[in-house]
Each structure stands twice: as C-alpha cells, then as structure tokens.
Design a protein around this ligand. Structure first.
Ligand code: HEM
Length: 182
C-alpha cells in the first residue's frame, strides 16, 4: 500500500473550509429557527448584528476559498488510491464530493442574492459590497427558504462524509492520511 497525499495547501484548505462550514451552519440554523427577533431575544441586538455580519463575511470568504480550491484541484488532481477504490466507493465518495463542491459554491451565492433581494446590506468585514440584484422582498423570502434547504442538504452530506472519514480512520487504511495535516 502506497499512501499518496493531497498537497499541504489542499489539506490546509480542506480543514479550514470544514471549520468555516461548521460555524456557518451553526449560525445559519440559529437564524433560520429563531429569526432575527428571536436571535436578538437570545443574544441581544449588538451580538446578533455582529453574528449576521460574521455569517455574511465568512460566507463570502468560503466562496473565495472554494474557488481557490477548485483552481488548485485542476493544477493538482486528487492523488490516485493504492489499492484502487471499488467502483461503488468511487461513485458514492466522488458523488458526495462533487455535491459538496457545488453546494459550497451555490450556497454563498444564494445567500448573497437572498440578502440583496431582501434589501439587507452585503457586509464583508467593514465593507458593503454591491447587491447584484435589486430589492424584491418576495424573491428574497423564496431565496432565503432555498438557502436554508441548501444548508440542510450540506449538513446531511457533511454528516455522511464525516462518518465515512471516521470509518477510514478506524480501519487505518491510509485514506485519512491523504487529507490529514501532520
Ligand atoms: C464541513 C466539513 C467538510 C467538508 C465540506 C469536506 C469536504 C471534502 C471534499 C469536497 C473532499 C474532496 C477533496 C477532493 O478530492 O478535491 C474531501 C476529502 C476528504 N475528507 Fe472532507 N470535508 C469535511 C469534513 C471532513 C471530516 C470531519 C473528515 C474526517 C472525519 C473528512 C475526511 C475527508 C477525507 C479522508 C478526504 C479524502 C478522500 C480521498 O480522496 O481519499 N472531511 N472533503
């Protein structure tokens, strides 16, 4: 068995993006289940506004990091598995990775458009970025609904992906070494 690993930069990006996704999902589901008023009731106005700003800023950072990750993936493709994966493993694992890539690009763009259509500012640190589309409250509500559904799908995929990662870690078959930092 020869273990070939992703490059250090790809491994760093994997774990940085994983941390960001966990944080974004936690904040997103808090907003989704409590709404703005409910979140203010729990955390107070100042902290709630800060949480919304952090969610938007990190969502845009996620988009930039995902674009960088896809570009890197083209320069350095995933290293081959030795021994090779079975057809089913390649299809299921590869399918989940592909869906994660698509959703982690689509979700921040959807959040950006939903925020703009609802008439809220697109905050990126202390900057306000252009909304891209004009205000349309009804469209904003629809886009936020699908933004939430997208978050649920990402949560489901991340849970399955993490369970698979833990299984490979227990099996000590070298798959976790491909992506681990040290
Ligand atoms: C939000 C959390 C996470 C996201 C979005 C995510 C996403 C991804 C994606 C898209 C890939 C494919 C990389 C590529 O081929 O370009 C990947 C690979 C991998 N991930 Fe994650 N991941 C997350 C968390 C985790 C966790 C918690 C574990 C372990 C418990 C893990 C273990 C792995 C392993 C072992 C691979 C390498 C698969 C291989 O090519 O052999 N990931 N991850």
């Amino acid at each position: 068995m020869t273990i070939q690993r992703y490059t250090l930069l790809q491994r760093l990006l994997h774990w940085l993006i994983a941390l960001m996704v966990f944080g974004l999902l936690a904040a997103g589901f808090t907003f989704w289940s409590l709404g703005y008023e409910g979140t203010v009731g729990l955390f107070g106005e100042e902290l709630t506004n800060m949480l919304y700003k952090i969610h938007k800023t990190f969502g845009i950072l996620l988009l930039l990091l995902m674009i960088a990750r896809i570009a890197l993936r083209r320069v350095s493709p995933a290293p081959p598995h030795d021994p090779p994966l079975s057809g089913v493993e390649r299809m299921v694992g590869g399918g989940i990775h592909l869906l994660l890539y698509a959703l982690l690009i689509g979700l921040p763009i959807g959040g950006w458009l939903a925020t703009a259509a609802s008439g809220y500012p697109i905050q990126f640190f202390d900057l306000t970025l252009p909304g891209i589309i004009g205000e349309n409250k009804e469209l904003g509500a629809t886009l936020f609904f699908y933004h939430g559904i997208g978050g649920l799908v990402v949560l489901g995929l991340v849970l399955v992906h993490t369970a698979a990662g833990l299984k490979h870690w227990r099996l000590k078959d070298g798959i976790m070494t491909r992506i681990s930092l040290p």
